[in-house]
Design a protein around this ligand. Sequence first.
Ligand code: SAH
Length: 270
Amino acid sequence: MFLQVRAIYIKIMSNEYKDIHEFDFSLICEYFSNVERQGPGSPEATIKALGFINNLTPRSRIVDLGCGTGGQTMTLAQNAPGEITGIDLFPDFISIFNRNARMLDLSNRVKGIIGSMAEALPFEQESLDLIWSEGAIYNIGFERGMNEWRQYLKKNGYIAVSEVSWLTNKRPGKIHDFWMEHYPEIDTISNKVAQMQNAGYVPVATFVLPENCWTEHYFAPCDKIQEAFIEKHAGNPTVRDFIAGQRQERELFHKYKEFYGYVFYIGKKI
Ligand code: SAH
């Protein structure tokens, strides 16, 4: 999902496309609608992050920003009490999200709504107990998300996000340049923790997502659907470029995975 969506989103923001419909985004949605997750992660990683959060009750209000089709939201709902609202920019993802919630018998307390994290969120100030966001805060940037979302949390409420980060202080020029081009906000774990602290949270925990969050839970399911997708849209230049981007992301990961990865950041509002 990562790079293409962000690139398209930036073009929309800069008015290169007037709105999302001018770009054939439905193709990318179609592709990702067929997989459980739209970014690296796993049920085990979601549950581990949840283990650091101890303020939840059946009356808690939880929001999952950039929820996609809700893979991680359903895991959250099955392992935590409270009402959960998932928000995503793309209507197709939200339809699948709500269908999943119904199928799992969770729709009495799990709802997906269409909305943008780049705008004011439809919540009162200091009304939320937990803000969750896996592989999605990059859409507006880690620092901006940390700062803007804080107002919606109650005092002592939690934030838990996963974000691509440098694992080492130094790295080969090629991977450095790649990320500088696509997401210059990528930074070391200690710098991200400092940003979280400066935004008004106590850093509670960080952990690096294990490699299987990429391989088993992200690349492998995408592999399964890729051939059929290419065949169905043979000759479509959008699909060709999109698949090339997906493959580049994966090759870079295999080559440079010791230097970057996804990291969960959990903080408590003070
Ligand atoms: N959390 C999911 C999806 C991650 S992919 C998972 O881990 O599987 C990033 C998600 O952010 C996509 O579903 C994309 O549609 C969504 N997104 C992109 N820009 C957004 C915005 N401005 N507001 C809300 N969601 C957005």
